[in-house]
Design a protein around this ligand. Structure first.
Ligand SMILES: Nc1nc2c(c(=O)[nH]1)N[C@H]1C(S)=C(S)[C@@H](COP(=O)(O)OP(=O)(O)OC[C@H]3O[C@@H](n4cnc5c(N)ncnc54)[C@H](O)[C@@H]3O)O[C@H]1N2
Ligand code: MOO
Length: 404
């Protein structure tokens, strides 16, 4: 395998094949929002556990009111009440009905519920002026989820709706993958921690906040630091942080320039390099390897490169580390508002843009003519122009990775 100059697709594949999920922990269902489920989960119960009424009305025998209408009213005698969670086992017999509330168990003998809107009542006599076919207004046992039915598959993200169905399926705790603890290390003598004064020639380490924001969105725990451009400092810090974290990200110093010491430091520490420099833009000096069996991602320092290398290589890798079976940003298909042209056809180029509504249709509109940081701040999506493709004409349907 050529570990030096890979295409983007191959680099992503290598990254995902190299990274195995972290361990599993069992936690309360109420703490599982957006976590990744670590096993296939089957329902332990039927929900509902009984045939249940979906209306407030009357449990009846459908054949007895088959011909009921406003002109052909049927009279039934009320013999009881069934409420949700109640335990009445009185059956509906010939000529009778039982008052029933939404969620209550359908009594023996009844095969339909007539909504109360189609009845009138005097004492215990019920007048019925509509029919109800067998099964009418009855939610069968197990209709929402049946015992042993697969409700969540390993590697899927637990949305609030998934937590609801898992509660209905009998779960109060869930096995989930441990979330990565990540160290983000920015290198550069010019970098200043936000909140401190800014001398001339320096700049705030904005990439750190951007990367941290993305990691927080996915529930990862992060620590971060700014390191000076000294090989011994970078080496010592990497050696130290790798012990207490599941993965590392370096930001800046990825170019093989005079002061780009990250790869040098990793060489000293004996990392297993999979690639450093790939055919993608922005972000081509991105690197990936293992340091003490833990993934390390080298991100270039320039903000567009930094974000692109993070989103297209590091984030998928970190999501795979957290057990996610679809380790990518969500995608939608939309048409291009404008032609996208690649700066180079010998790489995969990523273009940032926003969504625009034209005649009620969403279009992807590339961001042009604004500063790099403003473009990254405003971007709602990113589109790949594949290697070998010069341009994608306006109107082409493209797959947009969502950033919002
Ligand atoms: N001979 C060439 N040199 C460079 C090229 C090139 O094509 N030929 N490309 C440039 C590009 S584009 C990028 S991106 C960088 C990538 O290399 P590095 O990772 O070594 O980048 P740095 O020198 O560390 O930083 C680049 C730029 O970004 C600023 N920066 C760095 N860290 C942060 C941070 N945490 N927050 C905000 N801004 C940051 C840094 O001050 C520099 O201005 O290579 C170029 N060189
Ligand atoms: O590749 Mo760079 O400095 O982010 O444009």
């Amino acid at each position: 395998m050529n570990k030096v100059q890979m295409g983007y697709d191959e680099a992503l594949k290598v990254t995902l094949e190299t990274i195995a999920p972290l361990g599993i922990e069992r936690i309360a269902l109420s703490a599982c929002t957006d976590r990744i489920v670590a096993e296939d989960l089957r329902s332990t119960v039927n929900s509902p556990s009984i045939h249940a009424s979906m209306k407030d009305g009357y449990a009846v025998r459908s054949d007895e009111i088959e011909h009921a209408s406003p002109k052909n009213q049927v009279r039934l005698r009320l013999i009881g009440v069934a409420a949700a969670g109640g335990r009445s086992d009185q059956p509906v017999t010939g000529g009778t009905a039982i008052r029933i509330l939404t969620g209550a168990k359908i009594p023996e003998g009844a095969d339909a519920v007539l909504a109360e809107e189609f009845t009138s009542r005097e004492g215990d006599m019920l007048t019925v002026f509509n029919n109800a076919h067998p099964g009418r207004n009855i939610l069968p046992k197990g209709a929402d989820v049946a015992e042993n039915e697969l409700v969540a598959s390993r590697g899927s993200r637990l949305s609030p709706g998934m937590l609801g169905i898992l509660a209905a399926a009998g779960y109060s705790t869930l096995p989930v993958y441990r979330q990565p603890r990540l160290a983000i290390l920015a290198t550069g003598d010019e970098l200043v921690v936000p909140g401190h004064p800014l001398p001339d020639g320096k700049l705030y380490a904005s990439n750190l906040e951007m990367l941290n924001g993305w990691c927080q969105r996915y529930g990862m725990r992060t620590t971060f630091a700014i390191l000076s451009d000294r090989p011994d400092t970078i080496t010592a810090e990497l050696a130290e942080r790798v012990k207490s974290h599941d993965a590392l990200i370096t930001s800046g110093g990825a170019w093989t320039g005079d002061r780009d010491y990250v790869a040098e430091a990793l060489g000293t520490l004996g990392w297993e390099k999979y690639f450093h420099w790939i055919r993608m833009g922005p972000g081509k000096p991105v690197g990936f390897g293992l340091l003490e069996q833990k993934p390390i991602f080298l991100l270039p320092g320039g903000p567009p490169s930094n974000l692109t290398a993070f989103l297209q290589i590091a984030l998928p890798g970190l999501l795979a580390l957290g057990g996610n079976k679809t380790p990518s940003l969500p995608r939608i298909m939309v048409k291009l508002a404008d032609t996208l042209t690649s700066r180079q056809t010998d790489w995969t180029e990523f273009v940032y843009g926003v969504f625009r509504s034209v005649d009620g249709h969403a279009l992807f509109d590339p961001l042009r003519g604004i500063s790099r940081l403003k473009a990254l701040a405003r971007a709602e999506g990113v589109v790949a122009i594949p290697e070998g493709v010069k341009s994608l004409p306006a109107g082409t349907v493209v797959s947009v990775q969502l950033l919002v």
